[in-house]
Design a protein around this ligand. Structure first.
Ligand SMILES: [Mn+2]
Length: 469
C-alpha cells in the first residue's frame, strides 16, 4: 500500500517528477495512493495540527488524560480520513524537559499513527520544545515515515507525491534569531522575520544541493513587492480559490512553521516570542507556498485572503479561549495546486468555560448540556465576601480553577476604600511596612529600624534607576 523510503520503482518516480536527477535522495519519499474526488480528479490529502502542549499543567491540574482523550479521537479521524500525511506544526510538548507521562503519550500516539496506520508524520519544534531533545533519533525514524525537525540546519524538504508529481513539505522549526545566525551563518537574521527568510532560503538550497527540483527562488522582498502590486489578491475569499507562485518550478509546496505571522489573533496561553519586540513574521514570506501549516497561535484561523493557516491548539489552554472550537485541519491539494480546507472539531474530555453569577446561583450547578466536571472560572457578582467560597464551589464543580470578582463587585470595593480610614493607594512604602511590622510582631517599629528600612529602599531605588538608564 505504501512505498516509504527508497521505493523500488524509483525510476518510475523520477520519470513522474521529471526533475530529480540524484538517486541518493536523503529524505523519505512517500507515494500517495491515488485518491479521486467527485469529478475524478486526483488530490493529495494531509491533516494539519499543532500546539499539543503535552505535559501542560492547568491551574495545578495535569492535562495528560485530557490530551490522551483528544489524541485518541485524532487517531480515529486519521483512520477515517486516511490522509497521505500528518503535519504537526510545533509546541508538541509544553516544556523543554517534558514529564515522563507526556513523553509516553507522544510515543504511543506517534506509534499508532506511523506504525499502526502507516501514515507518515512531519513535525517541527515550537518555541516550547527543546529542539535537541525533540529530534533525538530522528534520522533513525525517518525510514519509518516519522520526520522530526528540531534544528534549523535540518530543514531539507520532504517529498510526498501523487499522480500529478511531488508535493514538497518544507519544515521550518522555531528558532531564535541568534540560533539561526549561528547555525545557518545567516548574518541577516536580526529578528524572527529575517530568521524565517534565512531558514526558507536554506531549505531551498538543500534541495538544490541534491540536484532536486528546479528551484524558483522568489522569496522575501520580491514577493512583498509583487504583493503590493497585486492588492486584489488579498480580497479573494479564503482558502479555496487562492493559488500561489510555486517555490519549486511546477511543484506544489507546503511550508510548516511556528511563529506569530502578521494578521493573526492571539490568545492568553501563548508564550510571547520576543522580549521587547513583537517577534512578528511578515505574511509575504509564505505567499509562494501552496499552503502554510502554522503553529503558535491557539485559535484556529486562516489568515485573510490566503492559504496561510493556524490549526489552533489541541485543547483550550486558557479561559479566554472558552469560545473557541478546537479542531484539526484537513487539507486537500489537487494537481493544479488548488487547496481545500476543512476544520474537524475535537470534543474535549472536560470543557474549559466561564460561569458568572451570584454565589447562590452558581451553586445551583450546571445547566442542561453542561458538565460539572468541566474546568471552570467562576465570576462572582456578590458585593459581600463569601465565606470559604472555593471549597463550597468545589462540592458542586470539583474542577473549579479560580474565582474572579466581577467588575461591579470591584467597583463597590473601590468606593468603600475611598471612604475608609486609609486609602491604600496613597500610603508610602514606609507607612505600609510600619503597619505590616506592627501587625506581624505586635510591636512598633523603632526609629533606627525605620532608618535602616529607608536606606535599603533608597538603595533599591538607585539600582532600579541605574538599570533603567
Ligand atoms: Mn503553543
Amino acid at each position: 500500500m505504501w512505498n516509504v523510503g527508497f521505493s523500488h520503482d524509483l525510476t518510475n518516480i523520477l520519470r513522474k517528477i521529471g526533475v530529480l536527477q540524484h538517486t541518493a535522495w536523503s529524505r523519505g519519499q512517500t507515494k500517495a495512493l491515488p485518491r479521486f474526488d467527485l469529478w475524478g480528479d486526483v488530490f493529495l490529502k494531509f491533516i494539519h495540527t499543532s500546539d499539543w502542549h503535552l505535559g501542560r499543567i492547568f491551574y495545578n491540574i495535569r492535562l495528560t488524560e485530557d490530551q490522551a482523550y483528544a489524541l485518541d479521537q485524532f487517531i480515529h479521524l486519521i483512520r477515517d480520513e486516511s490522509p497521505d500525511a500528518v503535519v504537526i506544526a510545533g509546541d508538541i510538548y509544553d516544556r523543554s524537559a517534558p514529564p515522563i507521562e507526556a513523553v509516553q503519550l507522544l510515543d504511543e500516539t506517534l506509534s499508532r499513527i506511523v506504525l499502526g496506520l502507516r501514515v507518515p508524520v512531519v513535525m517541527i519544534a515550537g518555541n516550547h520544545d527543546s529542539p535537541e531533545r525533540l529530534s533525538f533519533g530522528s534520522s533513525l525514524m525517518e525510514a519509518q515515515g516519522l520526520h522530526i525537525v528540531g534544528l534549523p540546519n535540518a530543514c531539507a524538504p520532504i517529498e510526498i507525491y501523487d499522480e500529478h508529481g511531488p508535493v514538497w513539505f518544507v519544515p521550518i522549526p522555531y528558532a531564535e534569531p541568534v540560533v539561526v545566525r549561528e547555525t545557518l551563518a545567516a548574518v541577516d537574521a536580526k529578528d524572527h522575520d529575517t530568521a524565517i527568510k534565512s531558514q526558507l532560503a536554506a531549505a531551498i538550497a538543500s534541495v538544490e544541493s541534491f540536484g532536486g527540483a528546479g528551484v524558483n527562488i522568489t522569496l522575501g522582498e520580491e514577493i512583498a513587492a509583487s504583493l503590493a502590486e497585486d492588492e486584489a489578491l488579498l480580497d479573494e475569499p479564503p482558502a479555496t480559490s487562492y493559488r500561489s507562485t510555486p517555490v519549486f518550478k511546477g511543484g506544489r509546496t507546503v511550508a510548516i512553521a511556528h511563529g506569530f505571522v502578521s494578521g493573526g489573533i492571539v490568545s492568553e496561553s501563548e508564550r510571547p516570542l520576543s522580549v521587547g519586540g513583537t517577534g512578528m513574521i511578515d505574511i509575504s514570506r509564505f505567499m509562494p507556498f501552496t499552503y502554510t501549516a502554522l503553529g503558535h497561535l491557539h485559535r484556529p484561523q486562516t489568515l485573510s485572503g490566503t492559504t496561510v493557516r493556524y490549526s489552533g491548539s489541541l485543547l483550550k489552554y486558557s479561559f479566554d479561549e472558552d469560545k473557541h472550537t478546537k479542531s484539526v485541519t484537513v487539507v486537500e491539494i489537487d494537481g493544479e495546486g488548488t487547496v481545500r480546507v476543512r476544520a474537524v472539531p475535537l470534543t474535549p474530555r472536560r470543557d474549559v468555560r466561564r460561569i458568572k453569577g451570584r454565589f447562590e446561583e452558581v451553586m445551583q450547578g450546571p445547566g442542561p448540556g453542561e458538565s460539572k466536571e468541566d474546568y471552570v472560572s467562576v465570576c462572582l457578582t456578590d458585593r459581600e465576601a463569601i465565606w470559604d467560597a472555593m471549597n463550597r464551589l468545589r462540592s458542586v464543580y470539583p474542577n473549579v480553577c479560580e474565582i474572579v470578582p466581577s467588575e461591579d463587585a470591584l467597583a463597590g470595593v473601590e468606593s468603600d476604600l475611598v471612604g475608609a480610614r486609609v486609602d491604600h493607594r496613597r500610603v508610602t512604602d514606609l507607612e505600609l511596612f510600619r503597619d505590616f511590622y506592627a501587625q506581624v510582631t505586635g510591636e512598633r517599629l523603632l526609629d533606627e529600624e525605620e532608618a535602616a528600612f529607608v536606606a535599603v529602599l533608597q538603595q533599591m531605588q538607585r539600582e532600579k534607576e541605574v538599570a533603567a538608564s
